[in-house]
Ligand binder design. Structure first.
Ligand code: BGC
Length: 521
């Protein structure tokens, strides 16, 4: 065992290190990378329900909306161009996250964040000054490129930078800024929608330059992670940085382990092909299933279309935006709960609790909407208590998501991949997330029109499936150093058959003493 190391009771190594102000500062700054993603999620739904915006760019939707109030409420927003506006971004993000994998691996996590900020800034400007639909779409594509870079690099940055005991909380800073971005966007929409002359949407869309500048400037002052420096051969700088980050002099054990992990990583020529090897089956499965399930919770139906949805269930435009602000606040507050609990209660507990909570709420909301709107979408007069019940259950649902699948959908992938596949596997996670965000954004309005209240039952079904999946297949990763994660698979009842002893992370294992305990999860 390298000098200074020791093995703790649960079989994982404890590296010395504190939560230093330096690490806190870097993680807070880096986490702000989530703002651009959040701002964007929050802004599109509100803008697409502003009449002046619709009249200018999507006149057919506008006309449809103006038709008499008794027409089918489930279908009033069903327009392919309108959904293309919302979802073009996610296709762009998907493509750029694949490019970002190489940038992140070869040039460091920081440079990807910088690219992300710059592209996002450009997109915000094109959108703010848009005169034609194509400008809107080009702007969205640039924003998407920005998000692809940021979402690929920020979660990895945070998980590598954080001392392992606080990794969950610090990483969730990313999700916290996503939720703050969403909320700020929703509040701004609420006020900008009131601007006389109907040009408030320009401020909403152009306002994205602010979070873009924050991440651009932030990435200029951030140091790169020691893991990434070692991966690029900068050993001495990495050691000095590691001392500074951890706030202790003796970082030799962690450093040696990082070097060992990096040696293993260097021996791999093609990280993409490598991902297909049998021993990475658990990682590849999680890289795909976690973001897939995160989107199949149906959260973005609420996030993108909350104003539209509230409008559908009988609120006026103003009240709809306001209710979106309410759900946005619940989203932020509940994420704080997760920051508090994730390293105490563990990931699995939050996943399972959050899943149960979401399931109950989806069933109640489906029942409420079904009871009033029936299958023809003609609600008649809607009593106030009814709207309150629906909004309350939507809020409890959002809270369930915000302390489970929301943050953990980004945290868990970023902490389970070994260095040699980390960047590529993270890109898969981002891409899968974006594909399914895209699909849901693209088909939600159509699904609402056809499945009606059954839409909520559709997502409820997936919540059941994902909870069973977590229960059976996802090992607990709380409190395990990131370069030591191999042990959770080796001791898992199912995954151990893929990840045999000594087959995984050889270089790291060889540098380790033989008295390492085995932990059963
Ligand atoms: C998801 C987004 C979602 C957001 C809501 C994120 O973790 O990736 O798709 O809109 O949470 O807070």
């Amino acid at each position: 065992m390298p000098a200074g190391g020791f093995v703790v009771g649960d079989g994982s190594r404890a590296y010395p290190g504190k939560l230093t102000p330096f690490v806190l500062f870097t993680c807070v700054v880096a986490a702000m990378g989530g703002l651009i993603f959040g701002y964007d999620i929050g802004i599109s739904g509100g803008v697409t329900s502003m009449p002046s915006f619709l009249r200018r760019f999507f006149p057919s939707v506008y006309r449809k909306q103006q038709e008499e109030a008794t027409s089918n409420q489930y279908c009033q927003y069903d327009s392919p161009t309108l959904t293309l506006f919302t979802s073009s971004l996610y296709l762009a993000a998907l493509i750029s996250s694949l490019v970002a994998s190489t940038v992140t691996r070869r040039f460091g996590r920081r440079l990807s964040m910088l690219f992300g900020g710059i592209l996002f800034c450009a997109g915000a400007l094109v959108n703010g000054f848009a005169k034609h639909v194509w400008m809107l779409i080009v702007g969205r594509i640039l924003l998407g490129f920005g998000i692809g870079f940021a979402n690929q690099s920020v979660p990895l940055y945070l998980s590598e930078m954080a001392p392992y005991k606080y990794r969950g909380s610090l990483n969730i800073g990313f999700q916290l800024s996503i939720t703050i971005g969403i909320l700020v966007a929703e509040v701004l929409n609420y006020f900008f929608a009131k601007i006389k002359g109907g040009w408030g949407w320009r401020l909403s869309l152009g306002g994205a330059v602010v979070p873009a500048l924050i991440i651009t400037l932030g990435s200029l002052v951030l140091p790169d992670t020691p893991n990434s420096m070692i991966e690029r051969g900068l050993h001495e700088e990495a050691k000095t940085k590691l001392r500074r980050i951890r706030g202790v002099d003796d970082v030799s054990q962690e450093f040696d382990d990082l070097v060992a992990a990096s040696k293993e990583s260097q021996s791999i020529e093609d990280p993409w092909r490598n991902l297909l090897r049998r021993k990475y089956r658990p990682h590849l499965t999680m890289a795909i299933m976690i973001p897939f399930f995160q989107q199949l919770t149906g959260i973005n139906v609420i996030m993108f279309y909350a104003p539209v949805l509230f409008n559908t269930i009988g609120f006026t435009t103003d009240a709809s935006l306001m209710s979106a602000v309410v759900t946005g606040s619940v989203n932020v507050a509940a994420t704080l709960v997760s920051i508090y609990g994730v390293d105490k209660w563990g990931r699995r507990f939050l996943f399972l609790e959050g899943g149960t909570q979401m399931l109950i709420c989806q069933a109640v909301v489906a029942a409420c909407i079904g009871a009033k709107f029936g299958v023809d979408g003609t609600p008649g007069e809607l009593p106030k208590w009814y709207a309150i019940v629906v909004v309350t259950f939507i809020c409890i649902y959002v809270a369930g998501f915000a302390w489970s699948w929301g943050p953990l959908g980004w945290l868990v992938p970023s902490e389970i991949f070994p260095l040699e596949i980390r960047s590529a596997a993270q890109s898969i996670t981002v891409s899968v997330n974006m594909i399914f965000t895209f699909i849901i954004a693209q088909i939600f309005l159509m699904m609402l029109c056809h499945l009606k209240f059954g839409l909520f039952l559709f997502f409820a079904f997936f919540v059941v499936v994902m909870s069973i999946f977590v229960y059976i297949f996802l090992p607990e990763t709380k409190g395990i150093p990131i370069e030591e994660m191999g042990q959770v698979w080796r001791s898992h009842w199912y995954w151990s058959r893929f990840v045999e002893d000594g087959e995984y992370g050889n270089a790291l294992e060889m540098g380790k003493s033989t008295n390492q305990g085995t932990k059963h999860v």
